[in-house]
Design a protein around this ligand. Structure first.
Ligand code: Q9C
Ligand code: ZN
Length: 343
């Protein structure tokens, strides 16, 4: 399997995130990607290629122009006000507030974000544009006839909506890739999200559409981040009704419970008969993940990969999302990809 990777992901490295009442070094750190690429080299998974440079047009198919412009300029505007600390919001337009973008950078961070865990740093803009290029290059390679590609995206993307960032996500790499597939002629694209967290951004981007089916397996929003989306009764709207399917599972879920939902999700995708599949590949479902509460073991990721390939036969783009158990992240990601390759 070809992998797409750029070392420019390192340019995004926050100093702090706010979690559990503490300011800590971000779990979403550059070392995650280094470990994944080390493992890919170790097992000789396949060729590793650099991303191509794309314009922002494919990003603008998914994200609002004012949001793109906000992200492009946010850090320098923050720096003028506060010096070279990470840009982090501290207040949000909750119920009873107006949803009107303020003029100053502090208020704008609040308007466009939904958590205090997603710092914007000096290198964030470069890293997020490269990350989306890594995904788009994967689409390009699939269009060239490959059966599967791994896009080593960092930062991740599935929490980012059209004009909202958060959950370590800025641009929604998987959604931009899925849209590029549609724009490239695919009639139906399925997006399977196996990250531990619900992909609220991906869901909302495609919620009213029947050409992109979103299927997500994740921690129950009654217990787990992002708390306010990801319930089973969110099934799409308008012409998109029936094309969004959520499988929330409780804390402590192990392979036995997980695989039942995976089988049901894959059957839905099979019945949709997609021209292409995008997998939002998070391995934060792992038992030792420091911020998550499922109990999958490393060998279970092999089984996820093989279940996907046994049921779905179209070209498949794997887009990296979460996974924070740094010591095992490479093993777990490559296990999933290997399971797919070996059937
Ligand atoms: N106590 C991804 O995996 N913090 N994002 C949760 C819960 C944010 C995860 C705190 C987790 C974001 C791509
Ligand atoms: Zn996650």
């Amino acid at each position: 399997m070809i992998s797409v990777f750029s070392k420019d992901h390192r340019l995004h490295f926050g100093q702090h995130e706010l979690i559990d009442g503490r300011f800590v070094t971000p779990f979403e750190c550059p070392e995650r990607m280094e470990r994944i690429m080390q493992r890919i080299a170790e097992v000789k998974l396949g060729e590793v290629v650099e991303p191509l440079e794309f314009s922002l047009d494919p990003v603008a198919r998914v994200h609002a122009l004012e949001f793109i412009e906000f992200l492009r300029t946010a850090y320098s505007r923050w720096r003028q006000r506060h010096g070279d600390s990470d840009a982090l919001p501290i207040c949000w337009p909750s119920r009873t507030f107006r949803q009107k973008p303020p003029a100053e950078i502090d208020g704008e961070l609040s308007y466009y974000s939904f958590d205090a865990g997603t710092p914007i740093t000096a290198g964030t803009w470069r890293a997020i544009t490269v990350s989306v290029n890594v995904a788009l290059t994967g689409v390009d390679i699939l269009q060239g006839g490959q059966k599967s590609v791994f896009s080593a995206c960092r930062p991740p993307g599935h929490h980012a909506a059209s004009d909202i960032y958060g959950g370590y996500s800025f641009f929604n790499n998987a959604a931009v890739a899925a849209q590029a597939m549609v724009d490239g002629g695919a009639e139906r694209v399925a997006l399977l999200d196996v990250d531990y967290h619900h992909g609220n951004g991906s869901q909302s981007i495609f919620y009213d559409r029947a050409d992109v089916l979103y299927v997500s397996l994740h921690g129950d929003p009654q217990q787990e981040f992002p708390y306010f989306l990801g319930y089973a009764d969110e099934t799409g709207t308008g012409t998109g009704e029936g094309y969004n399917r959520n499988f929330p599972m409780p804390w402590g879920t192990q392979w036995e419970g997980y695989q039942e939902c995976l089988d049901r999700g894959l059957t839905l995708i099979q019945n949709f008969s997609p021209d292409a599949l995008v997998v939002s590949l998070g391995v934060d479902t792992y038992e030792k993940d420091p911020i998550s509460k499922f109990r999958l073991r490393s060998e279970d990721f092999l089984k996820i990969g093989s279940k996907i390939v046994q049921k779905i036969h179209c070209p498949c783009l794997f887009v990296m999302e979460g996974g924070y158990a740094v010591d095992e992240i490479g093993i777990n990601v490559v296990n999933l990809l290997t399971g797919f390759l070996n059937g």
